[in-house]
Design a binder for this molecule. Structure first.
Ligand code: BGC
Length: 359
């Protein structure tokens, strides 16, 4: 009897000890992985001002840490973030500061991580946002936009990453392709609930203009200061727009066939109509437009061709990106992730030719 009691106690003691050791080992292992991931990305950002994907690819980082996201996302707190004291009208900062000053001031609270990733401390943001900025040769605009946008999003306690998708100079600018690339490359790096396509020259005037998404497409930039806050035209759907993933893939993203300035956003609006997808307008639609040299408009012939492009939307968009671009590099810079790409113009022209169109 005594012996069996002794055995029982021994077994109990052994089971408790074993559980304790297993839990301890698990905690050590996971915290080591997170710290390692953070230290590595921070160390490299310090030494280099950017993390070159040639050295450490996000896939490597992910493999090492077992995380599904390249950004060091911490477990969300259970307390939802409060959006307090958001001003309806804020003062726009219009000075283009040197990069280092910008990086220092915008990261004063140390919540911004390489790649322009931000997660509020101590509370859970409702959604994770990818902000995609199509870009080429507009450094002054980019600095001003980032200086304002980071402040607004942080005031809103948003969890977000900013992707600047830059097309190299070898082919004419193609905003549709660039926006689709932004969507695909952001998605490949982390799970995002919402995708905002943000023009580099439009600065939000209200802190209440949030970039969270619901089931509808959301057009933010309805009213611009340069037009005395009148709308461009009824069906204008360009500038700043937010979608969720299901929505954006249902319309097959943007058309890839628009070169030069304008049109791809009008085409996208027709895609929404064609698929009978719902859309809405922001309640805080005011933006300040920054000045820059304007690209030439399309010719009359080009407009006639492009006018019908939404009829081709099933095969022109996210599902026809295959050979359309080459990723040159990905840099996790202090204020944004730079996705540098080359667009294959020959392939775009081949796709146009497939539809019987020669430009
Ligand atoms: C272009 C659009 C652009 C709008 C406002 C239109 O003519 O087709 O792409 O968003 O002007 O600039």
């Amino acid at each position: 009897m005594n012996i069996s009691m002794y055995n029982r106690e021994f077994v109990c003691f052994f089971v408790v000890e074993l559980t304790f050791v297993i839990v301890l080992a698990y905690v050590c292992l996971t915290s080591h992985q997170t710290v390692n991931h953070k230290t590595r990305i921070h160390k490299q950002a310090r030494s280099n001002h950017s993390v070159k994907e040639e050295n450490v690819s996000p896939e490597e980082l992910r493999r090492e840490t077992g995380q599904s996201c390249v950004f060091p996302v911490h477990s969300p707190s259970l307390v939802p973030c409060q959006q307090n004291n958001l001003r309806e009208k804020r003062r726009i900062l219009k000075e283009a500061l040197p990069w280092l000053d910008l990086e220092t001031t915008l990261n004063a609270s140390k919540t911004l991580l390489p790649g322009g990733y931000h997660q509020p401390l101590g509370c859970a943001s409702p959604q994770r946002l990818a902000i995609i900025i199509p870009y080429r040769d507009r450094e002054v605009n980019l600095k001003i936009l980032l200086n304002n946008l980071h402040r607004v999003l942080q005031k809103q306690q948003a969890e977000y990453a900013i992707f600047v998708v830059e097309q190299d100079n070898s082919t004419p600018f193609n905003r549709g392709v660039i926006k689709n690339i932004g969507y695909l490359e952001a998605k490949a790096r982390c799970h995002f609930d919402c995708f905002t396509f943000q023009d580099v020259d439009l600065v939000p005037e209200s802190e209440r203009n949030t970039y969270w998404c619901g089931a509808r497409a959301l057009h933010h930039s309805r009213e611009l200061d340069i037009l005395k806050y009148r709308i461009f035209y009824k069906n204008h759907f360009g500038g700043v727009i937010t979608f969720n993933e299901t929505f954006f893939s249902a319309i097959n993203g943007y058309s890839n066939l628009f070169f030069m300035w304008g049109g791809e956003d009008d085409d996208l609006f027709h895609r929404l109509l064609k698929k009978e997808m719902p859309y809405e307008f922001s309640r805080y639609p005011r933006y300040t437009a920054l000045t820059h040299k304007k690209d030439p408009h399309h010719t009359k012939e080009e407009r006639a061709v492009y006018g019908k492009s939404h009829l081709r939307f099933k095969n022109d968009g996210l599902n026809s990106m295959g050979r359309l671009y080459r990723l040159i590099s990905v840099d996790y810079k202090p204020l944004y992730t730079r996705i540098y790409v080359s667009v294959n113009q020959t392939e775009v022209l081949t796709q146009l030719k497939h539809y019987g169109i020669r430009l």
